[in-house]
Design a protein around this ligand. Structure first.
Ligand SMILES: [Zn+2]
Length: 320
């Protein structure tokens, strides 16, 4: 094992009691992907139930799998950036935290009714953008957080044209640019509603071009889906400030990405979360996510780069 192994992608804050044991509902990756379509009441409860602290479980599993450090963020629900900071402070030698912006866009009434949700008004979107700018300032200056967590574009825009999306995100991206901190933007699917369209990262090309000093991490690098991976890679090839994380991808895609943009633009991540951690087939979740590195034909220096050097440099981590 190398000097460090950094998991850059963990949803450690916001779990509720219902997620404390899901082994009867999730065994395979496929079960986790559609968990909220099958059990909308679980998702609804995230906004009403008390939050449980799963950080001891996280540290135990990190120890078991040789993960030296993790960069944590909230999951959908009733968490807060303050709670992320509190969790980081519980394990200050192991954890770093990211700022969630814009709240979470899952109106409980829409979930209960299983009907199309109400579209946010332009006023609501403008309010969310302004609030995000303040959340970023507070996250950096008061809470000691080091980047922007995966956010939900629909909280800030209903646009579908890339130039319109980039313009709508500019009120808070200008603040991100001031601090020059990294931003995670998800690709492919999530287990949550309203995300699939924005999961094709073609639109992020405009944003990356407009903010060359902001490291943009396209999380999941297409999640193994060929056309989404190719689009993520195209954006990364055109913009040297774009990075990819390895969540849910394949060894083949990691290999191709290294050959085109270099291992110094790729970082390890697992997406360990209240749902995903219950995956047990064909192996436990961490073993599954780590196994893609073994399938990518890495040289020792490429492995070291992906396991920690890229993350240490992009997030400016103090590892001593
Ligand atoms: Zn995630």
């Amino acid at each position: 094992m190398g000097k460090y192994l950094i998991d850059t992608h963990i949803h450690a804050v916001g779990a509720t009691a219902a997620y404390g044991k899901l082994s009867d509902k999730i065994r395979r990756v496929e079960d986790a992907i559609n968990i909220h379509s099958r059990y909308p009441e679980l998702l609804r409860a995230r906004f009403s139930d008390e939050i449980i602290d799963i950080s001891d479980d996280l540290i135990a599993i990190m120890n078991q799998h040789g993960i030296t450090h993790a960069i944590i963020q909230q999951t959908v629900g009733g968490g807060s950036n303050e709670l992320v900071t509190k969790t980081v402070k519980k394990y200050p030698d192991r954890l770093f935290g990211l700022i969630h912006i814009g709240g979470f866009d899952i109106p409980p009434a829409d979930i209960a009714g299983r009907r199309p949700g109400k579209r946010p008004s332009e006023e609501e979107l403008a309010k969310n953008r302004k609030k995000a700018a303040e959340e970023i300032r507070q996250g950096v200056e008061e809470l000691g957080l080091i980047g922007i967590a995966e956010f939900f574009p629909r909280r800030f825009t209903m646009a579908v044209h890339p130039e319109n999306i980039a313009e709508d995100l500019s009120p808070f991206m200008d603040v991100v640019a001031k601090y020059k901190i990294p931003v995670q933007i998800m690709t492919a699917y999530t287990t949550f509603p309203h995300n699939l369209m924005y999961g094709d990262p073609v639109w992020t090309d405009e944003l990356a071009y407009a903010y060359p000093d902001v490291p943009i991490i396209l999380t999941k690098m297409g999640r193994g889906i060929p056309h989404i991976f190719e689009n993520a890679l195209s954006v990364a090839r055109r913009n040297t400030n774009v990075y990819l994380d390895t969540v849910g991808t394949t060894g083949e895609h990691i290999r191709k990405a290294i050959d085109q943009i270099g291992a110094n633009r790729i970082m390890f991540g697992t997406d360990w979360a209240p749902t995903w951690r219950w995956v047990t087939e064909p192996t436990d979740y961490y073993t599954l996510r780590k196994s893609v590195l073994d399938k990518a034909n890495l040289t020792p220096s490429e492995r070291e780069q992906i396991e920690w050097r890229t993350a240490a440099s992009v997030f400016k981590l103090d590892l001593e």
